[in-house]
Design a binder for this molecule. Sequence first.
Ligand SMILES: Nc1ncnc2c1ncn2[C@@H]1O[C@H](COP(=O)(O)OP(=O)(O)O)[C@@H](O)[C@H]1O
Ligand SMILES: [Mg+2]
Length: 243
Amino acid sequence: MTEKAIEIKNLDYSYPDGTEALCNINLDVFEGEFIGIIGPNGAGKSTLLLHLNGIFRGNGNSHIRIFDLDINDKNLAHIRSKVGLVFQDPDNQLFMPTVFDDVAFGPINMSLPKDGVEASVNDALEEVDMVSSIRRPSHHLSFGEKKRVSIATVLSMKPQILALDEPSSNLDPKHRRNLINFLQTLKLTTIIVTHDLDLVVQTCSRVALIDKGKIVAAGNTLDILRNKSLLETHDLEMPNSFF
Ligand SMILES: Nc1ncnc2c1ncn2[C@@H]1O[C@H](COP(=O)(O)OP(=O)(O)O)[C@@H](O)[C@H]1O
Ligand SMILES: [Mg+2]
């Protein structure tokens, strides 16, 4: 049987101001699986992703395992080397003077040798078609370019799990298509938060629909995305490719 890559049990999370963002989330993701997390604005999708490498910790009985490791203080560095998280906002991901430095940050921290770092950076930038910007300041890039570099900052660490928050937002059609092609060749366990339901159809075998902090439906991608009334109840629309 395939190994569980992510196990989420009874995950509750409230922000310090009292906003209840997640309520009793239970979800298993299996090794090599691609799962889409969909839902309206404010559903809790980004909050959920931020739990996967321990940036947030659930309240009370919440429990998350990554492969055979519980997320706790002791395992945090190890967990973060396994789970590559691409934030919704690239300005939260990019903080170094140049694109190279941003993409090299992870490999350098994992103490790869210098030529290993350069190779990882190049390979990662190649995947997102940003090699030609390697010496540019990250803050000069457009939002879509920053988004692509953000993905590279995570790929360069060669994670076992990829968690992407709205990876296609602001990408032009060519680079959105490249992203989909790239995702289709990936062998990693991948969890994708997105409003781009066509991207979900083309990459994810399973979907979880979240609203108001709860999973309201989970199952086979086509079963969920063909359910017009379910989608409309949660402020979503069927993918364009279905028409
Ligand atoms: N830092 C924060 N402090 C308080 N509430 C927050 C914070 N960030 C997000 N929220 C709230 O938590 C809920 C879930 O937000 P989020 O996970 O960003 O939703 P989504 O990614 O699905 O759009 C929303 O009600 C949002 O307003
Ligand atoms: Mg979000």
